[in-house]
Ligand binder design. Structure first.
Ligand code: C2E
Ligand code: MG
Ligand code: MG
Length: 433
């Protein structure tokens, strides 16, 4: 589960922060007791960095916490190896061995960063290790720790470093095993038809259902209904989103065709979420065309929802495909507008028929004057550009009323219905005003 991986990363950060704080404090007190103040200050600085890492992890800033921990530890280790743990004829240097441990940690912790950055970090740490191990860096330093202390220190250092290596290897193993198990579970779920589409109503200003958004659910015998937050990232990472997304598209079009054959449901439009990886497939447009032809739906009833992440990667490729889809009559919607690096030029230059205002704005629209100003302006923008604007995440009557006054004509949110299975959705439509 993605959630389990995040929890493990959180605990890893807490553990790193705690070790930095405790080790720093322990040695800090020891060196202060010996009167070696500069060394003690260095150790206490590391202890405060450790506290910083814990605080940031608790504030749910894992990326910042990882960077502080990483840069802090790398800095401390280099300083220690260069000026404190100075090798002599009798006692070798050992602090630099931790650079290898840190390299392995960085390889694991920064796996979501860009590959070049991740390998540059690992490579830089290894290069530093080589320098400290091979170069005769014996700069006479007034800070150098006495041999009598270092003679004991080498045993402690090497034992701790090897134990840390084991822990990191074990964590990486667990991660790989879980990743594989999740991928296998996803594949089995698809072949055993355990994915279902839920439908969330989209309504007009009078509260009439005019459309639905198809939202994916995984029905697991043991864990019950699983929402996309818990598997979508893994599906993206493993490329499984491609067969899964293809299934979603087929299933949605099959459902749309069934609705179009039912008089009471003929007018209902259906929106389908498309991930960046799906759109990047060279034959994506052809896939959509085939699925539509096979199901026999009217193109104008199908909306594909894209987020900005789709556009930042390879804009030219995305634009070409979007124009082709638009030419086929498929509507395109810009999902979660305002949540990311929303660029107005996307709306101006690309063939979008709809913009979905993210919940981040609709949530606060009644109490927060800034949010209300933003929604009013987005609605005006939609009118100027001639595209539909739909407000997502409407939970309360007063949000519905205020956005209605601002000129919003389309809404989606728990107030009008949570995502529900197809039987419940048909029933809901039968009782819709
Ligand atoms: P999204 O496309 O922005 O979908 C809206 C999400 O907000 C849905 O979460 C929906 O259940 C939730 N929501 C709707 N109204 C309210 C409300 O009033 N209050 C609150 N708190 N939440 C509301 P869900 O179903 O968990 O889906 C999460 C995301 O997963 C979707 O965000 C979409 O990005 C992705 N997703 C879902 N199904 C698919 C799919 O078939 N393919 C792809 N590629 N992504 C999907
Ligand atoms: Mg969506
Ligand atoms: Mg959305």
């Amino acid at each position: 589960m993605d959630r389990r991986r995040r929890r493990r990363a959180f605990h890893l950060l807490l553990a790193t922060g705690s070790i930095m704080a405790l080790v720093g404090l322990g040695w800090g007190v020891f060196f202060a007791w010996r009167g070696e103040w500069p060394v003690a200050a260095m150790e206490l600085a590391m202890a405060s960095l450790g506290v910083g890492v814990i605080v940031m992890a608790r504030l749910r800033r894992p990326r910042a916490a990882s960077w502080v921990a990483f840069l802090g530890l790398a800095g401390v280790l280099c300083f220690f190896s260069a000026f404190l743990d100075v090798p002599t004829e009798q006692v070798p240097r050992t602090s630099h061995v931790f650079l290898l441990v840190l390299a392995l940690c960085a390889h694991h912790v920064f796996r979501d960063e860009k590959p070049w950055l991740r390998y540059a970090l690992v490579g830089a740490l290894m290069a530093l290790f080589v320098v400290f191990a091979a170069a005769p860096l014996q700069a006479p330093s007034s800070l150098a720790i006495a041999d009598e202390v270092r003679r004991v220190g080498i045993w402690i250092n090497l034992a701790t470093a090897m134990a840390s290596l084991l822990i990191v290897l074990r964590l990486a193993d667990t991660d790989i095993a879980e990743h594989r198990a999740l991928h296998r579970a996803l594949r089995d779920a698809l072949s055993q038809r355990r994915f279902v589409l839920f439908y969330q109503p989209q309504v007009d200003a009078a509260g009439r259902i005019v459309g639905a958004e198809a939202l994916l659910r995984w029905q697991d015998a043991r864990r019950g209904l699983i929402r996309p937050v818990d598997f979508m990232q893994a599906a993206e990472d493993t490329g499984f989103i491609l067969p899964l997304g293809q299934w979603v598209l087929q299933e949605a079009c099959r459902q749309l065709a069934a609705w179009q054959a039912t008089p009471a449901l003929r007018h209902v439009r259906l929106s389908v979420n498309i991930s960046a990886l799906q759109l990047r497939q060279p034959d994506f447009v052809q896939q959509v065309e085939d699925v539509m032809a096979r199901s026999g739906i009217q193109a104008g009833a199908l909306t594909l929802e894209l987020t900005e992440s789709v556009l930042v990667h390879d804009m030219d490729d995305a634009v070409g495909k979007m124009r082709a889809l638009h030419a086929m009559g498929v509507r395109l919607s810009l999902d979660d507008f305002g949540a990311g690096y929303s660029s107005l030029s996307y709306l101006r230059d690309l063939p979008f028929s709809e913009m979905k205002i993210d919940r981040a704005f609709t949530r606060g629209v009644v109490r927060d004057a800034h949010a209300a100003t933003i929604t009013r302006n987005l609605l005006q923008l939609g009118r100027d550009l001639g595209i539909d604007v739909i407000a997502e995440g409407i939970e309360q009557e007063d949000q519905f009323a205020l956005l209605g006054e601002q000129g919003c004509r389309l809404f989606q949110g728990y107030l009008f219905g949570r995502p529900m299975d197809v039987a419940a959705f048909s029933e809901r439509i039968a009782t819709s005003p």
